[in-house]
Design a binder for this molecule. Structure first.
Ligand code: OSB
Ligand code: MG
Length: 390
């Protein structure tokens, strides 16, 4: 069906899942995640799911679960309930009135794409311009208590067939663990991610120069998100490609980074970019500039992970993505089927929509708060949404 769609019901659910393995980055540690699942239902009864995968605290970026919940409830849901749209990019444009708050917006954008692609009878990956039947999966490994613990994690994931290993680094946990992993696995595609923990000062420059000699695929986000000039200067000094993550929240950030020479590889995250609409645009621009991209993750549950799989099917995703199987993160995922990586490949579904179905029973068990907002059908669509808790 084509024509203008109206969303009649928005449901927001706060859902908690324990991680099977504690994860620590330079900026935060976690054992359990709380994400917000977004469900949109249109006036024809078509349904789409999305996920707001914000960390609980404001340490990766500025958003938190609380800020996402509040912005979703008070601004995004009411906006969605009063906007008629034909294509998901139209809805994304309307939601663009909300500044920042990309994780919160991403949940709605993904739900709109899921709904629309299912209603149109198209696989989400195909709707986005995806061309791959399967995507290459890598893993992201956190900071471990000891180098031996890290080596055990690397061994496990290499044996599972993952195509690339990414190691979280921070001052004090960098050259030594990376050298140890390199020595144990001379040929494994390896990269490091600092989540902005380094500064453009002599002692940190020396560390980055040493890492440059370890045959890494890339060094991801060594400096703070706004430090584009420092990233460009580093790229002038080292051969290893500099990859940006936190620095690119808007397509315009990428325009700046490209102009400065601060980005030789791009991590495209659906959440960080504010949804699939903007993630696809970042991919397109990077591709025009010959910059390879890969899809980063935020430990998404199955809904957000399904969107990552679909995005990774686009032609510019030429490097393995952080789209590991559900079992790397969760004993049980929120989808009826887990996402599976076999020999480092995740299949891209060919069925209409997201390709994985929400497991309502399990989601119900793990939900700590739920909000239902409805369009006011008596009015002309401009009156405020009504909310009920349940
Ligand atoms: O920087 O890519 C990151 C997880 C939380 C916050 C930031 C990052 C990460 C990851 C995990 O690296 C990637 C994944 O979902 O497996
Ligand atoms: Mg990163």
């Amino acid at each position: 069906m084509t024509g203008r769609r109206r969303i009649e019901v928005v449901e927001l659910r706060r859902v908690r899942l324990p991680l099977v393995h504690r994860f620590q980055t330079s900026s935060h540690a976690k054992r359990e995640l709380e994400h917000v699942l977004v469900t949109l239902t249109d006036t024809d009864g078509a349904v789409g799911w999305g996920e707001i995968a914000s960390p609980s605290g404001p340490f990766y970026g500025a958003e938190t679960v609380e800020s996402c919940w509040a912005v979703a409830r008070d601004h995004l849901a009411p906006m969605v309930l009063r906007t008629a749209w034909e294509h998901p990019t139209d809805l994304a444009a309307a939601l663009g009135r909300v500044r920042g708050n990309h994780f919160a917006r991403a949940g709605f954008d993904v739900a709109a794409w899921a709904l629309w692609s299912a209603a149109e009878g198209t696989a989400l990956a195909h709707a986005l311009g995806g061309t791959r039947g399967s995507v290459e999966a890598g893993v992201s490994l956190g900071i471990e208590p000891t180098v031996d613990d890290l080596l055990a994690q690397v061994r496990l994931r290499v044996d599972e067939g993952y195509r690339r290993i990414k190691l979280k680094i921070a001052p004090g946990w960098d050259v030594e663990p990376v050298r140890a992993v390199r020595a144990a696995h001379p040929d494994v595609p390896l990269h490091v991610d600092a989540n902005g923990a380094y500064q453009d000062v002599p002692e940190h420059r020396a560390v980055l120069a040493e890492l440059d000699g370890l045959g890494l695929l890339m060094i991801e986000q060594p400096f703070a998100s706004r430090a584009l000039v420092a990233h460009a200067a580093l790229q002038d000094r080292i051969d290893t490609p500099v990859c940006l993550d936190e620095s690119v929240e808007e397509v315009d950030d990428l325009v700046t980074a490209l102009r400065l020479g601060a980005v030789r590889v791009l991590n495209v995250k659906v959440s960080r970019m504010g949804g699939l609409t903007h993630a696809v645009r970042a991919h397109d621009l990077a591709r025009e500039h010959g910059v390879p991209v890969w899809c980063g993750g935020m430990h998404e549950f199955g809904i957000g992970r399904a969107a990552n799989v679909a995005l990774s099917a686009l032609p510019g995703f030429t490097l393995p993505s952080d789209v590991s199987g559900s079992d790397k993160y969760y004993a049980r995922d929120v989808t009826t089927r887990p996402i599976v990586s076999t020999d480092g490949l995740v299949e891209v579904p060919a069925v209409p929509g997201l390709g994985w179905d929400a497991d309502l029973t399990y989601i119900g068990e793990r939900t700590t708060d739920r909000l239902v907002l409805r369009a006011d059908t008596d009015a002309d669509g401009r009156s405020p949404a009504r909310g009920t808790r349940g």
